[in-house]
Design a protein around this ligand. Structure first.
Ligand code: AMP
Length: 137
């Protein structure tokens, strides 16, 4: 599947690459939440975390940790959000798996926490049962 990220991986279009190994590429996001916002992208095509090979996801997280440590060490971050948007409903726009490593500074108010649903006890319990049943399949 051809996406903007597969073109970056194939070096057909440029990107500000900060890290590469045999499985992943990491480059700066062109519309960053903060300076240093980096995307960790597997070279093999997966749509997102839902279809990706677990080993690939684990490696993406390993690289994200390395980048998070470097962002803190270089003074570009006080904290880090690690985010994957999976499917349109969750805000995914590029359909090649990617993990956002988002540097945060104290009181920057950039990446906001979500609003919470008003909890209804019966719905809360029902979701627990539905999730447990699906996990047991
Ligand atoms: P998502 O909503 O999780 O699919 O996010 C896709 C991200 O890819 C956005 O934050 C975009 O700014 C970023 N993006 C899109 N095109 C490029 C590009 N050519 N180089 C770097 N980042 C990109």
């Amino acid at each position: 599947m051809e996406t903007i990220f597969s073109k970056i991986i194939a070096r057909e279009i440029p990107a500000d690459i900060v890290y590469e190994d045999e499985l992943v590429l990491a480059f700066l996001d062109i519309t960053p939440v903060n300076y240093g916002h980096t995307l960790v992208v597997p070279k093999e095509h997966y749509i997102n975390a839902i279809d990706a090979a677990p080993e690939t996801l684990a490696h993406m997280m390993k690289v994200a940790q390395k980048i998070a440590q470097a962002l803190k060490k270089s003074g570009l971050a006080d904290g880090i959000n690690l985010v994957m948007n999976n499917e349109t409903a969750a805000g995914q726009e590029v359909f090649h798996a990617h993990l956002h490593v988002i540097p945060r500074l104290v009181d920057d108010n950039t990446y906001q926490k979500p609003r919470y649903v008003t909890l209804k006890e019966d719905a809360y319990q029902e979701t627990k049962e539905r999730l447990k049943a699906a996990l047991a399949e």
